[in-house]
Write a protein that binds this ligand. Structure first.
Ligand code: SAM
Length: 283
């Protein structure tokens, strides 16, 4: 199925919105869920909070947020992809949720709509979205405008993508990491956006409440392995389609990955995520 289901018929964002990417985002969310719940708790997101899920994808975090804020709270999901937005709407309907609203928004060109009450949000959640946009300053400005004074913004974005790969490093998987980063840059994104994001937050009057790197290591028998290994397997065919790699490159990477998987002692590091929790100033 073509991936052209976006507002204004723009090309899909680089990872795509096809079925495999949807499934990957679901596994990814469940493997990072404990870190996410912890960050939300520390940012004060709880019963009755009003939260915006910025670049919500198919809505895995949106559904968790809806449970956490309860009937007295509200979650607004904003997303550029029609297909992902429809996925969120389908889940909202299937679960009979009354506390979630969903909007098709291109955050590079449109503001974040406020919840039905018209009040600004208590918190914003944004994960692995800043790395794909062309202007992170504009993104921060829109998040800032949508938050009440003292509202919290919580981000999980990468700060050092190059940690992604086997330990000790291997040539083909390391080359995959480099090409993946190039593919994000080619569309105006930046894998290692966390530093620029931090600067933009400070420039726009946010106070940094907490900042921490999250790097993880996985062995082939651990469920976490599926995440870095699964991304290599789903993204290689996409890189081939987009012309970033050829068949020989793809075979070399897959062979190296298959071999690593046969050895229970193999270790794969994830790209390093930087968690940022920031408070909107009162001014
Ligand atoms: C890697 S996915 C992450 C989805 C979700 N935040 C999560 O953690 O599961 C990146 C998401 O950002 C969305 N996105 C990219 N550029 C956007 C833009 N300009 N406006 C709104 N959403 C955007 C994509 O459509 C995609 O759903």
């Amino acid at each position: 199925m073509p991936d052209s289901h976006n507002s204004a018929s723009k090309p899909d964002y680089v990872l795509g919105t096809h079925h495999e990417e949807h499934a990957r985002l679901g596994i990814q969310h469940s493997l990072w869920r404990e870190f996410v719940l912890d960050a939300w708790k520390r940012a004060g997101i709880g019963l009755g909070s009003s939260v915006v899920d910025v670049g919500a994808g198919p809505g895995f975090a949106t559904m968790d947020l809806a449970d956490i804020v309860g009937a007295a709270g509200h979650v607004t999901a904003v997303e550029i992809s029609c297909r992902f937005m429809q996925n969120v709407k389908d889940q909202v309907k299937a679960r009979g949720l009354l506390n979630v609203s969903v909007h098709l928004v291109d955050l590079m060109h449109q503001d974040i709509p406020l919840a039905n009450t018209g009040a600004a949000f208590d918190a914003a959640w944004c994960r692995w979205v800043c790395m794909f946009v062309t202007d992170v300053g504009a993104m921060v400005r829109r998040i800032r405008t949508s938050l009440r004074a003292g509202g919290m913004a919580v981000f999980h974005e990468y700060g050092h993508y190059e940690t992604y790969g086997l330990q000790p490093p291997t040539p083909h998987i390391d080359a995959f990491t480099q090409v993946a980063m190039q593919s994000f840059s080619a569309r105006g994104g930046n894998a290692n956006i966390a530093g620029t994001l931090l600067k933009a937050l400070l420039q726009q009057g946010f106070e940094i409440v907490s900042i921490k790197p999250l790097a993880r290591a996985a062995r082939p028998h651990e469920s976490l392995w599926q995440w870095p290994a699964g991304f290599i397997r789903t993204y290689l065919p996409r890189l081939l389609d987009l012309g970033f790699v050829n068949q020989a490159f793809m075979s070399d990477v897959l062979q190296e990955l298959d071999q690593a998987e046969q050895d229970p002692q193999s270790v794969m590091l994830t790209p390093t995520v930087i968690e940022i929790i920031a408070r909107r100033s009162c001014a």
